[in-house]
Design a protein around this ligand. Structure first.
Ligand code: NAP
Length: 337
C-alpha cells in the first residue's frame, strides 16, 4: 500500500471542497487491506474509508489516513429458478454496476440509476430513490474488520437497515471495510413507478428495467444539479418522519404540506425539500456556498466554497426550518468536523 502525504481532497469529494488529508492510500487488493490493518494498529490516528466521496462534507483538513476503496470486479454469482445473484466489488461505480445488471437482462436496481457513489458505500447509507431502497435487493455482503482482521459475511438482517441507515453507519463506521456486495434480483420483476414524475413519464410505456432506468435518469438530470458541473452531495437533509398526530397538527397550520404514510408503522414522512423551499432557500447564495436553484434539498459549491461555509448554510437552513415548522432537519451526508 503506497502512502502519500498532505494530499488534496478536492477531486475526491463531489462537493469539490478543498481540504487536505495528512495521509492518503488506495485499497486495491487484499494485501492493501492487510497493510491498512497494520497501519491502524501502529498509528494512533483516525482512518476514514472513502468510496465515491459523494456523501461527505469535509469541514476541515483531515489529520489521519484516508483510504480510498478501489477493489474492482463484478460477476453473476449464482442463479436459481426464482432469481439471479450478482456480486460487485466495493470500488465499482454504483451507476455503472446498475447499468451492467440491466444490460445483462436483470431487473431490481433500475430505480437506483444515476445515484452517485460506489457499490461499497451504498449499503452504509442504504441508498434509496423512487420508492426503492438498496435493502430491497441486497442479499449479503462481505467485509473485513479493521480492528481484528477477521473476514465477515453479513446477511440482510445483520445489516440492520433503516431509512438511510444501517449497522455500518450506526455502529461500525470506519471499523469495517466492505469488500463486496451481493444482490438477489428476482426473475419476476416488481416495478415501482408510483412516484410523481416517474409515473407520468412512464404512462403508456411497456415497462422494462431499461425503460424505467432511462426515465429515472431523465428525471434526476432534470431535477438535480450534476456534480461534475457544480459541486454537491445530492440530498443534504433526510426527509423528516413523524407521528401521524404531529403531522396532522403541522398540516393544519401549513396547507400543502406533503405527507407519505409509512407502510411499516403509523408514522408519516414529509418532504425536507418542501419545508426548505417554503423558507425561501432555493437558489440562495453566500459567496460560493448556496442552495441549488433546481432543488431546495441540495447544497451546492459554486466554485471555491469551504466546507465550513457550506456547513454554515446547512445550520442556517436547520434553524429557519425549526423556527417556521418546529421540525429539526438532519443532514444525510457525513460531516467530517
Ligand atoms: P419529490 O418527488 O420532490 O418528493 C419529496 C420527497 O417525498 C421524496 O424525497 C420522497 O421521499 C417523498 N415521496 C415523494 N413521492 C412519494 C411517494 N409516492 N411515496 C412515498 N414517498 C414519496 O422527491 P425528489 O427530491 O425529486 O426525489 C425523488 C427520489 O429520488 C426520492 O426517492 C429521493 O429520495 C431520491 N433522491 C435521493 C437523493 C440522494 O442524494 N439520496 C437525491 C435526490 C433524489 P424519499 O426520499 O424517502 O423517497
Amino acid at each position: 500500500m503506497k502512502i502519500n502525504e498532505n494530499v488534496s481532497l478536492k477531486d475526491l469529494n463531489t462537493f469539490g471542497v478543498e481540504a487536505k488529508t495528512k495521509y492518503y492510500s488506495e485499497i486495491s487488493n487484499l494485501l492493501d487491506i492487510e497493510a491498512l490493518f497494520e497501519w491502524k494498529s501502529k498509528n494512533n490516528l483516525p482512518a476514514l474509508l472513502l468510496g465515491g466521496g459523494s456523501n461527505l462534507l469535509f469541514k476541515n483538513d483531515f489529520d489521519g489516513m484516508i483510504a480510498k476503496v478501489c477493489l474492482m470486479g463484478k460477476d453473476i454469482a449464482k442463479e436459481d429458478d426464482e432469481a439471479v445473484y450478482v456480486s460487485a466489488a466495493a470500488g465499482e461505480n454504483w451507476h455503472d454496476f446498475v447499468r451492467w445488471t440491466i444490460d445483462q437482462g436483470f431487473a431490481g436496481l433500475e430505480n437506483l440509476s444515476l445515484i452517485p457513489g460506489s457499490v461499497g458505500a451504498a449499503p452504509i447509507q442504504n441508498i434509496g430513490a423512487y420508492g426503492v431502497e438498496l435493502s430491497n435487493t441486497l442479499h449479503s455482503l462481505q467485509a473485513v474488520n479493521l480492528e481484528t482482521a477477521d473476514i465477515l459475511e453479513f446477511d440482510k438482517e445483520l445489516c440492520q437497515f433503516g431509512y438511510r441507515e444501517s449497522f455500518f453507519k450506526s455502529q461500525a463506521l470506519d471499523k469495517l471495510l466492505i469488500t463486496s456486495v451481493t444482490f438477489r434480483l428476482p426473475k419476476k420483476p416488481e416495478w415501482h413507478i408510483n412516484y410523481a414524475g416517474l409515473r407520468e413519464a412512464l404512462a403508456g410505456e411497456v415497462l422494462t428495467a431499461d425503460v424505467i432506468s432511462q426515465a429515472v435518469i431523465s428525471e434526476r438530470q432534470r431535477k438535480l444539479p450534476n456534480p461534475s458541473q457544480i459541486g454537491n452531495a445530492g440530498s443534504f437533509f433526510k426527509n423528516p418522519v413523524m407521528k401521524v398526530t404531529d403531522f396532522e397538527t403541522l398540516k393544519s397550520d401549513h396547507e400543502g404540506l406533503p405527507g407519505f404514510p409509512q407502510t411499516h408503522n403509523d408514522e408519516v414522512k414529509t418532504s425536507a425539500g418542501w419545508l426548505i423551499d417554503q423558507c425561501g432557500w432555493k437558489g440562495h447564495r453566500v459567496g460560493d456556498a448556496g442552495v441549488s436553484d433546481k432543488h431546495a434539498l441540495v447544497l451546492v459549491n459554486h466554485g471555491n466554497a469551504t466546507g465550513s461555509e457550506l456547513w454554515q448554510v446547512a445550520e442556517d437552513i436547520i434553524a429557519s426550518v425549526e423556527g417556521k415548522f418546529g421540525v429539526t432537519l438532519e443532514p444525510e451526508p457525513r460531516v467530517i468536523k
